[in-house]
Every structure is written in C-alpha cells, then in structure tokens.
Design a protein around this ligand. Structure first.
Ligand code: ACM
Length: 199
C-alpha cells in the first residue's frame, strides 16, 4: 500500500476554501491512503460552543465529507480527515475514513486537549480497526498520542497503520509517535496542520 499525508494551513471557519485546498493537494498525490490534519475542514481555534455548533456537521450528512468522499472516488484512494462533528446537542472533534466505494467510518477524539474540553464532548466510540485493501487501519486524533492505551488498543484490535490527524501543541508529539509505533509494531501516519490561528 502506498500512503501519504497532506499538511496545510486551514482557514478558520471557511469550509469552502479548506475543501478547495484539500481537493487540489489530494489531486497532486498518487496514493492508496492519504491522511489530512485534525479539524481540517474548520480550523482549530474555536472561541465558543455556539460558534462551533454553527460550523460543525453531522457525520452521515456532512457536505464537507461528501465533497471529500467524491475526491476519494475520483482518485481511487482512501482519505482520513479531521472534521468538527455535531450530533444532536453534542459536538465532537472527529475523524472520518472515506473509501472510494462510498463507505464512511467515524472516530471521535477520546482525549481532548486543554480548551477543547470547553466545546467538545469526549469521544464515545471505541477504537476500531477497519480493513481497506487488505490492510487494517486505525484512527486516533492528536492528543490521544499522550496516552499509551490509545495506540495499544488499536494494535490489539489488529490495526497495522494508525491514521493520526493532528493540530500539535506540545512539542513531544512527533517523537512520542515514533516510540508508540515501535512499541506496538505498527506504522503511523501523522498529518499536522501548519501556520497559526490568532483569534
Ligand atoms: C491537540 O490534541 N490538538 C493538542
């Protein structure tokens, strides 16, 4: 399996611009699997729950995920992207695995970092491994790296590649991910965003 990651500078609150950027960048890469950053569709630095509620999208009927799923179909590759999810009155910092056959899998970040706790609910879906092209893929999001149980659970469930959208804050994340991957005998793909969001 050929894999890749795309790092870019999401524009806060502007789904259209972020989707255009992602479409353009994904179209320049030949891969079976591409990982995009945490909250790639919305940006990261929310200031209120109301603001997040306005721009978060439901997993099953997310216009942003529809656009990216069409890109996955066109490019015949799987995409893993972070997105802001709304489910009833709950908000989640989520990631989606979008495959070219139209299938969609969800992970909701379990270990929220800092101010994320003001806006998001902690994930309520167990870590899981999903088969794509005979490879088992797991998803975790950014600060999940801090807790060894996250990747361990994915590895014990059979995941071979860990897809890890991030908006890193702590500087030890990249090194820790190397060690976590060695400990668990898995590969991992961490996609960070770059740039700053001053709000
Ligand atoms: C983080 O979990 N985005 C620091």
């Amino acid at each position: 399996m050929r894999v890749g990651f795309i790092q870019f500078n999401p524009v806060f609150g502007d789904h259209a611009v972020n989707l255009e950027t992602m479409k353009r960048l994904v179209s320049s890469v030949e891969a079976d699997l591409i990982v995009l950053p945490e909250l790639a569709t919305t940006g990261y630095a929310f200031t209120s729950k109301e603001e997040l509620s306005r721009i978060a999208e439901p997993f099953e009927s997310s216009p942003s995920l529809d656009v990216l799923q069409a890109v996955a179909q066109e490019r015949d590759c799987a995409l893993v992207t972070g997105f802001g999810e709304i489910d009833g009155d709950r908000l989640f910092n989520s990631s989606a695995l979008l495959t070219p056959d139209g299938d969609r899998k969800l992970y909701r970040k379990i270990h929220l970092f800092g101010a994320e706790n003001l806006f998001f609910s902690p994930g309520d879906i167990p870590f899981a491994a999903h088969t794509f092209r005979d490879v088992k893929l797991g998803m975790m999001i950014c600060f999940d790296w801090f807790f060894p149980e996250s990747m361990r659970t994915l590895a014990l469930k059979g995941a071979q590649i860990i897809c890890h959208p991030v908006n890193f804050v702590l500087p030890w994340g990249p090194k820790a991910m190397t060690v976590r991957s060695l400990e668990n005998h898995v590969f991992s793909i961490t996609a960070n965003r770059y740039g700053t969001e001053a709000r």
